[in-house]
Design a protein around this ligand. Structure first.
Ligand code: SF4
Ligand code: SF4
Length: 83
């Protein structure tokens, strides 16, 4: 399951450099997460790094992109060229 940034985002830019998959970028109004690149930080860290640093707690799990741990690990391997 990827994460999603809600409209509560204050565009502080703290999360973008913390993402190990470069899944976060500035969208038209707020920052956005590419669900094809977000692995919930699986493969890199025990906890989603963006959630750890967001000052307004606006990065929940995205119910529209449900994936198992194994699927997230497979995505991590593809993204990092370890497949
Ligand atoms: S959970 Fe990890 S991989 Fe997903 S957007 Fe946040 S920092 Fe990036
Ligand atoms: S850390 Fe939170 S408030 Fe800051 S840009 Fe990222 S999602 Fe938005």
């Amino acid at each position: 399951m990827s994460l999603i940034i809600t409209e509560d985002c204050i565009n502080c830019d703290v999360c973008e450099p913390e993402c190990p998959n470069a899944a976060i970028s500035q969208g038209e109004e707020i920052y956005v997460i590419d669900p094809n690149l977000c692995t919930q930080c699986v493969g890199h860290y025990d906890e989603p790094q963006c959630q750890q640093v967001c000052p307004v707690d606006c990065i929940p799990l995205d119910p529209n992109h449900v994936e198992s741990h194994d699927e997230l690990m497979a995505k991590y391997r593809i993204i990092t060229g370890k497949a």
